[in-house]
Ligand binder design. Structure first.
Ligand SMILES: CC(C)(COP(=O)(O)OP(=O)(O)OC[C@H]1O[C@@H](n2cnc3c(N)ncnc32)[C@H](O)[C@@H]1OP(=O)(O)O)[C@@H](O)C(=O)NCCC(=O)NCCS
Length: 139
């Protein structure tokens, strides 16, 4: 995770565990925190997480894969899995922040039904999607 953060795609240049991260990594499974791990055999190569925001019924998505594992469909697959998980738990809205120049990430999120909701500090895009249908747009 430090390696992926160091590439500059995340809001922090290294992994900084928040209370939600501590809970997802060390706590028992719960209905509010999802942490999916992509693995090559026993070796973790990526993650996708959904953590609750301060808004009831809303969760924030984050995702990252090590370089050799990108562009092979794993990211899309994890986002879709996360959507299914959120749908089953009655979460009504997902949000995320990504860099405006992260064309591949934007492509994956749009493909999975996320739309632009804002922009800040020039480089960060806010995106969101409602839950209640799966990724219907498979362009
Ligand atoms: C963003 C990320 C999670 C996407 O996962 P992935 O497994 O690489 O993506 P997928 O293979 O599922 O899909 C990539 C899509 O982007 C497209 N794509 C690839 N490079 C692209 C580019 N430069 N511009 C536009 N689209 C691009 C691919 O063609 C594919 O679309 P398609 O399925 O319609 O052909 C992954 O690349 C990653 O971890 N990147 C670094 C960390 C990061 O950016 N995290 C997100 C921060 S919010």
């Amino acid at each position: 995770m430090d390696n992926i953060c160091a590439e500059g795609w995340m809001r922090t240049s290294r992994f900084e565990p928040t209370p939600s991260w501590e809970r997802a990594l060390n706590g028992p499974p719960d209905d509010a925190h999802l942490l999916l791990i992509a693995a090559d055999g026993a070796v973790p190569v990526g993650w996708c997480r959904l953590f609750p925001t301060e808004v009831p019924g809303e969760a924030e998505l984050g995702i990252g894969l090590l370089k050799p594992y990108r562009n092979q469909g794993a990211g899309t697959q994890m986002v879709r899995q996360a959507l299914g998980w959120a749908n089953q738990r009655g979460i009504s809205r997902l949000t995320l922040t990504t860099r405006a120049d992260n064309a591949r990430a934007v492509r994956v999120f749009e493909k999975c039904g996320f739309e632009f909701t804002g922009r800040h500090e020039d480089i960060w895009l806010e995106m969101a999607r409602s839950i209640g249908g799966f990724c219907h747009d498979d362009r």
